[in-house]
Design a protein around this ligand. Sequence first.
Ligand code: G4P
Length: 285
Amino acid sequence: MTIQWFPGHMAKARREVTEKLKLVDIIFELVDARIPISSRNPMMDQIVQQKPRLVLLNKEDMADPELTKAWIAYFEERGIKAISLNAQEGNGLHAIVKAAKEILKPKWDRMKAKGMNPRAIRAMIIGIPNVGKSTLINRLAKKNIAKTGNTPGVTKAQQWIKVGKELELLDTPGILWPKFEDQEVGYKLAVTGAIKDTIINLQDISVYALRYLEKNYPKVLKERYGLDEIPSDLVQLFDHIGMKRGSIRPGGEVDYDKTAELIIRDVRSVKLGRLTFDHPKDTNQ
Ligand code: G4P
């Protein structure tokens, strides 16, 4: 799904999220474990304000495990509980309920002290497109989503999905826009597939990926493309990869567009291993 974000759409998305916020006790902020900062909405803190929050680093199966640990520590140092998961496989789901209970314990204790019966925690998922919101909702719902609202004249009410006895989740996630202002963030969103039909040139994205790999994962780059040394000259690097992988035009020249596509596909399909493109040491947020 590709959404074109214009100021009107952003305002509407923000309004919708703000409305739903009133219904829940806690926000599950879903981010991509490969780009935990670049896949966050730039106005998240402002929009969510004081609402308790759990950061979920999804797609952990594609991210560098060491850096995922470092990111969890990063969020915790800032007072935000974070856990990693793989929504596609369903790993890490139990930890979500456990963490939500922990975060809300003070509030629940206060309710108990006032003599109120404990009720299920109400939560909603928020994130930018393609971080895995629907996948996670379907996983948590175990396909038990109640169907309503498709009859003409019936307004679609908010539906709650019961996740065990202790959690109720809004069936529709809050969708917010990614950051656009920063060009590097744009490259990271494109290379990980968060933006698919991208306006950024494919060759530019692949060059970004190669330079990032050269700096952060040189061994992986060398092994995948059979390089003894990584040539500093980009054309040489492309020629080598193109030749090696058979991206060649009928005349025998390397097809640079195809080679770029191949590199991006390799990154997105984990052929280059589990990679993370945001590093805690590079962020001052
Ligand atoms: P959204 O609602 O936030 O927009 O995201 P959605 O659930 O549609 O997920 C986007 C893509 O990410 C889906 O792939 C989904 O299968 C994949 N995905 C979600 N969670 C995980 C995860 O933990 N690990 C991995 N590896 N993939 C995950 P898709 O529809 O096939 O699209 P794509 O594969 O072409 O990107």
